[in-house]
Design a protein around this ligand. Structure first.
Ligand code: UDX
Length: 434
């Protein structure tokens, strides 16, 4: 198959490289010439484990290439994927679809022969209809079919998620498009993931429903964690106790500082806007968004309380800034709100993250950045774990204790065992545990 991928950001680049690895010939397109230049030189603009080798191998084998020339990449392609960003629109929280529609217009002009146009970007219900209308208006003669095929991969585990998905949701009622999509995903048949064929609108909504449900699960366990703290229960044990019930499932029940990242915050917001517009408000999702938002500031208050009610003039060491480990992504990271609150209350914040500091620097001008995990701790009044990188689990806690001015650890990800930390003489505050 000849596949064109429009948008060489996170979803586009990972999907393009994986499709090439399946044996298809893939052209990744982006209108950012400097990004395409870097990709052509073999530089990967994002941090994602394994992606650099995957790209290099497939470029070498001539199955993967990069260009800014969308029109020529569309000509001759059997499938054109749209994997551009759909950020929150300023002001109203709706998904901003301008990049999707701009891609649709350019595709329309270059179409030749039957082409399946596949929306991989996360888009509100009805976007496929609008893409189809735009293309039809520009090219009434063209032979094409618009399909929805949302992406469920997680940052940090993107390649594995792409190659071993729990399911592939494909929204189309057109038998010709169905055949093309089945062929594209045929290499997955060894692992037998269900190709779940549904209507286009159903597919679009499925993606939002999945993310909103997961965000709800996290928010639920976070509130249970608060209750555990008040009642002397242990949230890890509660999570395991409920998660062993197959109807609930054990994943996404890890209490922490609230969800962040490039998807959950914007997708929950976009979904609840759609619900309001359609007269079917999603009150649970509305609450989830509000609870998660307030949780980030509550985490800063937890740190302040652990230091006796004030952080004015105190030095605080933060380990982990990215919204989760194994990524350099700072989008909607809980660390942003935590840093703002602590610095706003007069603390001097010193931080280290293994991958995200280049992204974090411009977002947190008040923070002093360090190039290793130990130096922010030196002379600090407390150590706060914000992101659960494996490297932080392996810290030498005796050394940490020597470096800290006062032996206080606030662990917002529950990466240590309370007994281990306390026996070393730390005051240890975690989430939802005694
Ligand atoms: C998510 C979805 O998992 C993925 O299917 C979708 O395509 C994009 O959004 P991602 O944003 O990469 O992926 O990260 P994910 O691992 O899902 O974590 C999202 C946030 O939830 C992170 O801030 C993480 O720390 C938090 N989280 C996750 C918890 O606080 N507790 C959990 O148990 C799980």
């Amino acid at each position: 198959m000849n596949i064109t991928m429009i948008g060489s950001g996170y979803v586009g680049l990972v999907s393009g490289a994986c499709f090439a690895d399946f044996g298809h010939v893939v052209t990744c397109v982006d209108n950012d010439a400097s990004k395409i230049d870097r990709l052509n030189k073999g530089e990967i603009p994002i941090y994602e484990p394994g992606l650099d080798e995957l790209v290099a191998t497939n470029v070498r084998q001539k199955r993967l290439s990069f260009t800014t020339d969308l029109a020529s990449a569309v000509r001759g392609a059997q499938a054109v994927f749209i994997g551009v960003g759909t950020p929150s629109r300023r002001g109203d929280g709706h998904a901003d679809l301008s990049y999707v529609y701009a891609a649709a217009r350019t595709i329309a002009e270059a179409l030749d022969g039957f082409t399946v146009i596949v929306n991989k970007s996360t888009v509100p219900v009805g976007t496929g209809d609008e893409v189809e209308r735009i293309i039809r208006e520009i090219r009434p003669d063209a032979d094409f079919s618009v399909v929805s095929n949302p992406e469920f991969l997680r940052e940090g585990a993107a390649i594995e998620d792409f190659k071993r998905p729990d399911r592939v949701v494909i929204g189309t009622e057109d038998p010709r498009a169905r055949e093309v999509m089945a062929e594209i995903y045929r290499p997955l048949s060894l692992n037998q993931p269900p190709l779940h064929f549904v209507g286009r609108r159903t597919s679009e909504l499925t993606k939002y429903a999945a993310n909103a449900f997961l965000a709800t699960k996290i928010t639920f366990i976070n509130e249970i964690a608060d209750l555990c703290e008040k009642t002397g229960a242990d949230v890890q044990d509660v999570a395991r106790g409920i998660g062993l019930d197959n109807r609930i499932g054990g994943k996404f029940l890890h209490a922490g500082p609230g969800y962040g990242g490039s998807c959950f915050p914007k997708d929950t917001l976009a979904l609840l806007k759609t619900g309001q517009d359609e007269g079917a408000p999603l009150r649970i999702v509305e609450t989830v968004v509000a609870v998660n938002e307030s949780r980030k500031r509550a985490m800063a208050r937890k740190v302040i309380a652990a230091l006796g009610g004030s952080v004015r003039g105190k030095r605080i060491a933060l380990l982990g800034l990215a919204f989760k480990p194994n990524t350099d992504d700072m989008r909607d990271a809980p660390s942003l709100a935590i840093v703002a609150s602590l610095a706003g209350d007069g603390a001097s914040v010193h931080a280290y993250d293994p991958e995200s500091m280049d992204q974090a620097r411009p977002l947190m001008p008040e923070v002093t950045f360090h190039d290793n995990a130990y130096s922010p701790i030196e002379g600090a009044d407390a150590l706060v774990i914000v992101t659960e990188w494996d490297a932080f689990r392996a810290l030498d806690l005796d050394r940490v204790k020597q470096l800290l001015k006062t032996p206080v650890i606030v662990d917002l990800r529950n990466i240590y065992r309370p007994a281990d930390v306390r026996k070393r003489g730390f005051t240890y505050v975690s989430v939802g545990r005694k």
